[in-house]
Every structure is written in structure tokens, then in C-alpha cells.
Design a protein. Sequence first.
Length: 296
Amino acid sequence: MLAEMNIPFLQKPVKTQLKALESELHRQWKAFNRELKQGKLKHLEYDQETQKLTWHKSVVSRHKAQEKRFYEQLPFCDVTDVFRFVNEHCRFLPAMKPLQPRYAKKEADADSLMAVIVAQAMNHGNHVMARTSDIPFHMLETTYEQYLRLASLLTANDCITDAIEALPMFPLYAFDPGTLYGAVDGQKFGVERPTVKARHSRKYFGRGKGMVAYTLLCNHIPINGYLTGTNDYEGHHVFDIWYRNTSEVKPTAITGDMHSINKASPSAKKYTLPDRSFISLVPGYRGKGSGSVRTF
């Protein structure tokens, strides 16, 4: 079976790979120790008496005057102008196809699509948008039912994500040139009407119900996301949200808060990846309690 699978690292003996990985780990430990002694790791302090290594957040100097001069150069503009500018360069609105393309009499115009997206994103709804704009309610409702769904939104988001990834400034947002980090987190939202995924959570919604918007970020770009219930553990979705990412941005390491820790990470899923390109889970631990870093 292994011979039939076109996965190069499975063709090598396990002992040979472990020996190579052990040598690589030893080399990295020596490099880490050398840089720590030279004082290059400003965010780490080693106490000789207690023999403990302490991590602290690096102090970032704030040049408010420089920031003010930079932002003063940016003009004020409406949200619609931003939509048109992004659509001109990314063409994300034409990527949103109708639910029934065979029976669609005409393609939705850009104004209706932008109005519906803004109405839902700002939680105004189509009724409020129809009263405050020159687009009738029936047109907004038809556009909403035909074009706004998870699949079409993800396709449009991929167009924007891929365009940002192609910009020369995209690598400048990464704090590690050798590793592209992605971050996962969930944000809770209450719902007015009960849905299939809406659940009670006294901590966040009191007596009401709500859902969780689970998002994968990379260099400040939301490359994937979907809704989960408040009763779902976020750590169970770490691999899935990375694996379902259809954009050209492919993080090689996933980080998150304590809710992203999953000790039952299935190692079998690493076989879907190329040679030794494992997806590392590197969560941020609050304390020094017991915890192990897992690799998909």
C-alpha cells in the first residue's frame, strides 16, 4: 500500500527519518542557545539562579507623529468607493454566481450586490437598506436569496485573498520569514431567531442563543471561515478550517488561544500533505501547565 501511495517521505525507513530529524533538532537547539547567549533574543530572559527561561512581550516603539503623517495622506471615502476599487482590481463580484443560473433572467448588477453585502454585514437587513437607498426591496431580496450563501462568499473572498497575496507587501506582514503562520479564533454572536446551529451559552448570551464565527487569519487576511455552535469545541475545527482553505495562501503553522488546543489531533491526516510539509499546531499557552505541541 505504501508503495502505491505517491508520498515520498513514506518511502524512507522510519529510523532514517527520525535520525535526520533528531540531527536537525539538535542543530536548532545549538543555534537557539548561541543566540540566547549573544543576547539576540530580546523577548527571552534566562535566570541563572532559578535556571528558568522567561518570555515577555517585546516593547514596540510607537512613533505617533510618523503614523499621523502617514494616515493624513489617505483620503476619506465611502464604503461603496472601497467596494468599487477592490472589485476593479480583484473582480470578486462577478465570481458570485446565482443559486439557479439556468433560470436566472439576468446577472445581478454590482449596486445590488454591494447593497445586499453591506446590509447583511452591518446587520441592517434588506428592509432598512431599501428605505435608505434607491434600490427596491424586491430586488434586494432576490439578490440576497440568489447570490449570498457561504459558497459564493468564500469564492469572492478567495479572489480578494489571492490578489492581496500577489502584492509585494504581503510577505512584510509575516514576523517569521521561514514560516507562514495562520491564526484561528471564534467570535460569538447572538441570534434573534433560533437556527440549527444556535445554542444557549449563559456566559455570552444570558438566556438567549448564539453562534460562533470561526475564522482562519493569515497576515491579517481572513482566508477561511464558517459558523459553529457555541457547544462545539474550537480545537476540533483547527484542521478542518485549514484543510478547507481554497485560496492560494497556505499557512504552514497554525496558532490560536487555549481553545485551539486539541490533544487528539489525528496524525493520519498528515498523509495528505507533500513531503515532510506537516502543519504544526503552535497554540499560545497562558501558563506553564502541562501541554504538548501536536503536529497534523
